[in-house]
Design a binder for this molecule. Structure first.
Ligand SMILES: Nc1nc2c(ncn2[C@@H]2O[C@H](COP(=O)(O)OP(=O)(O)O)[C@@H](O)[C@H]2O)c(=O)[nH]1
Ligand SMILES: Nc1ncnc2c1ncn2[C@@H]1O[C@H](COP(=O)(O)OP(=O)(O)O)[C@@H](O)[C@H]1O
Length: 209
């Protein structure tokens, strides 16, 4: 069956659980392609070049933007983040679904991009703001000042929740993962319904005509 890869956007305030959920979703379905972003933010301990991010300088980042290599990009928490375009286009051609961990600005730009794929957007909320702060601290990778900055920006990120197709409250991790799997399964069926399924039904009917 001919199909175009889905573009799946995952956004949330920092610390709500996007990266954890994305990792679990890809363990469940290794055919999913994670869009590895470029960023000017320094690596955290344990982050791997080319796996979590492409760590780069502001100059090199701007050059990629000028050369049209970014599908979208934005400044978040004082650093530049962007999704390289070429791997997304290749995945779409191969009918593979791409998962984006981007902020609301990236979500808007991917929806508006001329890639023409089936876009599914999911916003992840924390159960409460004190729990969000607890998770940022428990992650143990950011300084107090960085955590304070992220908490301050969380309201602005959350204010964009209504732009998303699905809004999940990530209280119990297993339950949220189950909801994500269900969304992905259903949206793939919708994509197939709009895609090559017509030809399959025609073939089915002709076989025993
Ligand atoms: N627009 C855009 N946002 C991104 C991209 N990559 C990451 N982000 C967002 O940047 C924010 C900060 O990411 P990061 O520094 O990894 O912190 P974390 O979300 O707390 O793990 C998050 O909201 C990400 O979703 C990207 O390529 N484009
Ligand atoms: N449902 C949950 N319940 C408790 N802790 C969680 C849950 N989801 C994620 N976490 C923890 O919260 C912290 C932040 O999660 P992370 O995936 O890094 O968030 P984000 O990518 O949105 O910034 C991590 O330490 C993660 O293990």
């Amino acid at each position: 069956m001919d199909r175009t890869g889905l573009l799946i956007i995952l956004s949330s305030p920092s610390g709500a659980g996007k990266s954890t959920l994305a990792r679990r979703l890809m363990d469940w379905d290794p055919s999913l392609r994670f869009s590895v972003s470029a960023t000017t933010r320094p690596p955290r301990p344990g982050e791997v070049e080319g796996q979590h991010y492409y760590f780069t300088t502001p100059g090199a980042f701007r050059q990629m933007v000028e050369q049209g290599q970014m599908l979208e990009y934005a400044e978040v928490f004082g650093n530049l983040y962007g999704s390289p375009r070429a791997p997304v286009e290749a995945a779409m051609r191969d009918g593979r679904d791409t998962l984006f961990d981007v902020d609301w600005q990236g979500g808007q730009q991917i929806r508006a991009s001329a890639l023409g794929g089936h876009v599914v957007s999911i916003f992840v909320l924390p159960p409460s703001l004190p729990e969000l702060e607890r998770r940022l601290r428990a992650r143990g990778q950011d300084s107090d000042a960085v955590i304070a900055g992220r908490m301050e920006k969380s309201r602005a990120e959350i204010s964009h929740w209504a732009e998303y197709d699905y809004v999940l409250v990530n209280d119990d991790l297993d339950q949220t993962e189950g909801q994500l799997r269900a969304i992905l399964t259903a949206e793939r069926l919708r994509r197939d319904r709009q895609g090559g399924l017509g030809r399959f039904v025609k073939h089915l009917m002709e076989e025993h005509a």
